[in-house]
Design a protein around this ligand. Sequence first.
Ligand SMILES: [Zn+2]
Length: 204
Amino acid sequence: MKALRRALRRRIRWGSPSLGGLVRAASVLSVAFMAILATPAVAYYQEPGLEGVSSRLAGRKVTIECLTPREERRDIYISLGVEAYVTWKTLKGRRIVGSVARFRGVHCDNLVALMAGDLSGRRFHDVAWSVLVIVHESGHLKGAKWSFDEAKTQCWAMQKLPAALDMLGVPDSFFRDMLIRQIKWIHHNELNGNYQLEGCQAAE
Ligand SMILES: [Zn+2]
């Protein structure tokens, strides 16, 4: 049994993700909102913060690691310009999505500031990018059939923007509409063809 487990372990190689690599070319949930979504069977839905949001989007409990500048320099993907990525492994030739996403630290900072309703000193464009990062990576973390496909993951993310903004505590407002428009702009102008799915329409 031990030998089998050892053999199995050898075949599991934690990777690395070009999967999940998104490359760049206020306040907590309302009580009413929580009441609708919170059921005892899915306790992680009630978790606050970025992991709570990502877990709800992914439909399972996930971990977000926010890298420090030092960690970013040592991370092979982030240091090459990737904004965020999801871990995965190969088991008997099959790729399996892990439950950990690693974010460039600034995205965590932007998202925490957005949830706290205080964006002073932050660029609007950067905040929009960070929203896209958490929604897109949550699509990878979902582990759906399409989760290894960048364009399908990105299309899913664009559909989930309104729900994600609810979870991040950004209510219906002019600001929220501006964020969605900015993310659409990023989608069309700063993401390359790998992220474009024909006929994919963003939700408003
Ligand atoms: Zn991706």
